[in-house]
Ligand binder design. Structure first.
Ligand code: DSN
Length: 444
């Protein structure tokens, strides 16, 4: 049954919402989704998400729930926990976080008191809001120290060590949303040990690559691993917290501290439909074909990066070790690229680059990734095509320069957006993108 044929009740009962779900399904089918934090869940994962499990309250954990009637929910959650433990090679898994940010906040709740010091990678350097960035609750309730990447885009490990020694954080985060090289987990583990800190690896972007054997695992070096489940893990929106052997050695109560941080400290009833869908996705990740996919994701990202360079673009660090590429587009030009590519049927996001010369609102780069195009079955030859389209768009927007004044910018961008919709070159690319998408359907 095709994914669009599963909505008979919705079609009858709520044609408005049905119509927009069909429109979004069509958008995903007919355009190239390159946002590296997005993925495409399998029809089985989507079925589990759409089940009656959403009806049930289950505060607590398997075998110790607050409400009755949880005997089947318990079995589902236990399967999700066991699969997570097996995949990551860890002794403990909590699969209830509603998503990545709540998972990360639960780590603070479990380990820190308000005002304690935490260290994380700065947001404009590719880090995540929840790693102590100033706009996040994590820097309101905790004392945050931020580390950076060097001009070449690689993590500045001497700075990480110096800051850790100076500030004695209780918790250090390693992991990012925009970092294209393999994380030096071992080195971070040593730094955390030297200052007696907990090391939490936020693997949200790369967890699918880790369990697929295409990226080093932090399990031997970190005390805690967090992840979302909807990125390279190919699951539903959700999160997980894993405690490693090293974590239990440092603190034998760590698992129960994490459990209590999730419930009752931060969350209420778990989203059981989400837990079931996570279990399904983890089951898929245990299959040999998942490993084949994970490796191809990285090969595709490398091929896409090479094609961008051949097309005259500069990519951060000159390449990638994972699913993601960061490209420099000129001061403040990320927004032009994002909008022009959208018009051409290629979806990615504007992003800051190392030593960003503008602001996170008008950044100078774009971020893209290959998980979804790889699910579609595309390989290196298709990456060459996509890279050359992006490079053509880069040339098409080169004449646009972001004005300095705020009001001027708004007007300039409005004009820009109406012009690109009529740009023949971009419309030609859009036609070619549609043809490629038809050749490689997302949900055949
Ligand atoms: N929004 C996610 C990303 O795009 O990387 C991070 O939370």
């Amino acid at each position: 049954m095709k994914i669009t044929e599963r909505f008979e009740y919705l079609k009858k009962n709520d044609p408005d919402i049905y119509k927009w779900i069909m429109a979004e399904t069509d958008r995903q089918e007919t355009t190239l989704e390159l946002i590296p934090s997005e993925c495409a869940a399998s029809p089985a994962v989507i079925e589990a998400m759409g089940s009656v499990l959403t009806n049930k309250y289950s505060e607590g954990y398997p075998g110790r729930r607050y409400y009755g009637g949880n005997e089947f929910i318990d079995e589902i959650e236990k399967i999700a926990q066991e699969r997570a433990k097996k995949l990551f090679g860890v002794p403990y898994a909590n699969v209830q976080p509603y998503s990545g940010s709540p998972a990360n906040f639960a780590v603070y709740m479990a380990l820190l008191k308000p005002g304690d010091t935490v260290m994380g990678q700065a947001l404009p350097d590719g880090g995540h809001l929840t790693h102590g960035w100033k706009a996040s609750a994590t820097s309101i309730y905790f004392n945050s120290v931020q580390y950076h990447v060097k001009e070449d885009g690689y993590l500045d490990l001497p700075e990480v060590r110096a800051l850790a020694k100076k500030h004695s954080p209780k918790l250090i985060w390693v992991g990012a949303t925009a970092y294209v090289r393999e994380f030096p987990f071992e080195e971070f583990g040593k730094i955390a040990d030297e200052v007696g800190a907990y090391l939490a690896a936020d693997t949200a972007h790369i967890s699918g690559l880790i369990v697929g054997g295409a990226h080093k695992s932090p399990a031997p070096f970190a005390h805690i691993i967090t992840t979302t489940t909807h990125k390279t893990l190919r699951g539903p929106r959700g999160g997980m917290i894993l405690v490693t052997e090293k974590g239990l050695k440092k603190d034998p109560d760590l698992s129960s501290k994490i459990d209590q941080a999730i419930f009752p400290k931060l969350q209420g009833g778990p989203h059981n439909h989400q837990t079931a869908a996570i279990a399904v996705a983890l089951g898929e990740a245990l299959k040999p074909e998942f490993k084949v996919w994970a490796r191809q994701v990285v090969r595709n990202a490398q091929a896409l990066g090479e094609a961008l360079v051949e097309g005259g673009m500069i990519i951060v660090t000159g390449g990638t070790d994972n699913h993601m590429i960061l490209a420099e587009c000129g001061k403040g030009k990320g927004v032009f690229m994002q909008d022009a590519l959208d018009a051409a049927g290629i979806t990615l996001n504007k992003n800051t680059i190392p030593k960003e010369p503008e602001s996170p609102f008008y950044p100078s780069g774009i971020r893209m990734g290959t998980p979804i195009v790889t699910i579609r079955g595309m390989k290196e030859p298709e990456m060459k095509k996509i890279g050359s389209w992006i490079a053509r768009v880069y040339k098409a927007v080169s004449e646009y320069v972001l004005p300095e004044g705020k009001e001027e910018r708004t007007k300039y961008l409005e004009d820009f957006r109406s012009k690109i919709k009529k740009n023949d070159g971009l419309m030609k690319i859009r036609g070619e993108v549609n043809a490629l998408c038809r050749e490689f359907p997302l949900y055949p």
